[in-house]
Design a protein around this ligand. Sequence first.
Ligand code: CMC
Length: 430
Amino acid sequence: MNTKYEIKNPVTGKATQLDAIQGTIGPDVLNIAPLLKEQGVFTFDPGFMATASTESKITYIDGDLGMLLYRGYPVEQLAEKSSFLEVANLLIYGSLPSKQQLDAFQDSITRHTMVNEQLLRFYQGFHHDAHPMAMVSAMVASMAAFYHDSTDINDPRHREIFAHRIIAKLPTIAAAAYKHSLGQPFVYPRNDLRYCANMLNMFFAVPCEPYAIDPVAAEALDLLFILHADHEQNASTSTVRLAGSTGANPYAAISAGVSALWGPAHGGANEAVLDMLESIGSVGNIDRFLARVKDKNDNVRLMGFGHRVYKNFDPRAKIIRGMCYRVLEKLGRTDSPLFELALRLEEIALKDDYFVSRKLYQNVDFYSGIIYSALGIPRSMFTVMFAIARTAGWVAHWQEMVSDPHMRIGRPRQLYTGPTKRDYVPIDRR
Ligand code: CMC
């Protein structure tokens, strides 16, 4: 049934009918477009707390049920049965691939992993202690300078090549950023390795001795990447959409997404969680730390807790928590003091009225950093790992938007609270 809502101007009595649009699942969405035309008013929703910025068929989240679906498939099932590249294919093309389609996709990704040699020279311009996210964002933006002649966003085949290229090259770009920070030679991609094994090799191999890829580490990364692959209209995905809506080069749009992901409220939280655990130091300091978190005058947050949408539990956190046990066990690191501290912190916070009353639960980042650490990934690279995984989602959303014949530039309005019109005052009279 098509429900209508009525908004009435209390002074003139003029009424406007707003259509409630129904999605396949989830709450109805009011089409507020007639408000400006008929009532001359905007809506105000800072932080987009109650605003659907777009229509999408890719990912669905139910924050109360703790449900996350990629193209309709529960993330728990994909985490158990699928692989990151299959999930990337699903996100981009909309349905689970046949064996043939998946083989062709994996083959194409494998064959696009090398980056132009000129691009590799750019790293020399970065200081050795540049944050890898700064380097990755710059390198992704620089790709626009290399593939501009084959990136016609109106050509579906060009869009597809872009999608494969960026997913394939992100690990190479990330590994090169890491190698630059260490002062080690870049390691070229190997086409005989699968996506995550190849990435580990590019991160950790050196020319002077053999490097044995740990299958536990490759498997754990693949699972983490599935969990991070997409999350509907989060800050970085919305940034990619907004930048892309101008018709900008897609590499530039993805670079904007990388930058948005970097912040500690978003993808930077995994790095911040480990900083936080280290600063707490030991179980005995937890109460003092939580008192600071609860003090409104102290600008401290419990990192890895809370989420804009999940108000019951984050299904990704549930999977990652279990995985954390398995990975640490397989690596013989169950005595990890940081893991112990995280478990105790979680236990105390989940019983604390401050967190309970605000519906703050562990999110995906509470444990991911501990796993990355156990795998030998340095802390400054945690958010880069998130970016590699989320590229699949960014690309899927960009594709969905650009292939929509009704695509329009994203252009929010504002509630202006600055000075009203006033006349310029010459400098000698101010
Ligand atoms: N620690 C302490 N208090 C918190 C936290 C936290 N982690 N998160 C929210 N609150 C409080 C906040 O102070 C506010 O309290 P009050 O009502 O008394 O003013 C209330 O809970 C609502 O918070 P909010 O800031 O309005 O919530 P939001 O939806 O705008 O923010 C968030 C969501 C994820 C940015 C926030 O929970 C946060 O900063 N968490 C820590 C950072 C983090 O772990 N981010 C990773 C998110 S998951 C990965 C991803 O998708 O990027």
